[in-house]
Design a protein around this ligand. Structure first.
Ligand SMILES: C[S@@+](CC[C@H](N)C(=O)[O-])C[C@H]1O[C@@H](n2cnc3c(N)ncnc32)[C@H](O)[C@@H]1O
Length: 276
């Protein structure tokens, strides 16, 4: 009987990322992933409330005022800031100095003194011991050796590991806008199914929930800005009217005056319970 060969999920992740449109774009726009996020930092904070609240709501069940948290790829603080208000302390790892500056300022503004900042990648950051909960939200895409990085996350987790990762099918609008701006078809990177399978291969039993959010904007201009925030400014300017007209088909104004996308954006919320 021939033995069925299982896919190498870490290798598939690495290959999928390398061949994705997103990686192409990062390498075109910047000399490194770090430089790319430094450039993105002034724009990144906007429009993220929609996904922040449902994630914090899910994590809330597992924390109290003594919980220790490790936030990997913390960015401008989408999770660090709301969690720091509810737990004992948070260690935030963030390699981009630009993103970290926004996070530090947000912590200052909120008078939060229970956050430790580490300006490094997950692969190179020095940490000691375990944290009750480890979170990594939309920052997995950039780690180099996924299996090693994932094992490190598991090892650092005392009780629960929470991961937020994108879903292929939620990229339709982004893919269309990509085509308008770049003139080429959008190749999505690997999605949560890959990480789910990698965790299974490593002997864990992850739980997956899908978080669906509707992006809210003050007006159509803000919707255009948000939907194009990852693209190069000169590319956007050249196609501004076409992008605006495309987006106007997918955004509608509610009775409260706010503009909302007609379709929701989905992300996967993966939880690993170390005791299962
Ligand atoms: C899409 S942002 C997500 C930020 C935040 N977690 C959130 O949910 O809004 C991705 C972040 O991952 C960081 N990042 C990139 N490579 C990383 C690595 N190897 N280790 C840790 N963080 C990384 C980037 O600097 C960036 O701030």
């Amino acid at each position: 009987m021939t033995e069925t060969k299982m896919p190498d999920w870490a290798q598939l992740w690495e290959q999928g990322m390398r061949e994705s449109s997103w990686m192409d774009d990062i390498t075109q726009q910047a000399n490194s992933v770090n430089e790319y996020w430094d450039d993105q930092s002034p724009r990144y904070n906007r429009g993220h409330d929609a996904y922040r609240s449902p994630v914090v709501e899910k994590i809330e069940k597992y924390i109290d005022t003594t919980t220790t948290v490790l936030d990997i790829g913390a960015g401008t603080g989408a999770l660090t800031i709301p969690l720091a208000k509810k737990v004992g302390n948070v260690v935030s790892i963030e390699p981009s100095a630009g993103m970290l500056d926004y996070l530090k300022n947000a912590a200052l503004k909120e008078n939060l003194e229970n956050i430790e900042f580490i300006n490094n990648t997950w692969e190179d950051a020095e940490i000691s011991g375990q944290y009750d909960i480890v979170v990594c939200s939309h920052a997995l895409y950039f780690v180099s050796d996924m299996k090693k990085s994932m094992q490190r996350m598991i090892d650092a987790t005392g009780k629960y590991l929470f991961l937020m990762i994108g879903i292929h099918e939620s990229n339709d609008r982004y893919g269309d806008i990509w085509k308008i701006i770049k003139g080429t078809s959008y190749k999505p990177g690997p999605d949560y199914a890959n990480i789910y399978n990698l965790l299974r291969e490593m002997g864990w039993h992850p739980e997956v929930q899908i978080i669906s959010t509707t992006m809210e904007c003050q007006d159509l201009d803000e919707a255009v800005k948000l939907a194009t925030s990852h693209f190069d400014k000169s590319d956007i300017l050249a196609k501004k009217d076409v992008i605006r007209s495309y987006i106007s088909q997918y955004v509608r104004q509610g009775s409260d005056g706010m503009f909302r996308w007609k379709d929701s954006f989905k992300s996967a919320f993966i939880m690993v319970n170390k005791n299962v």
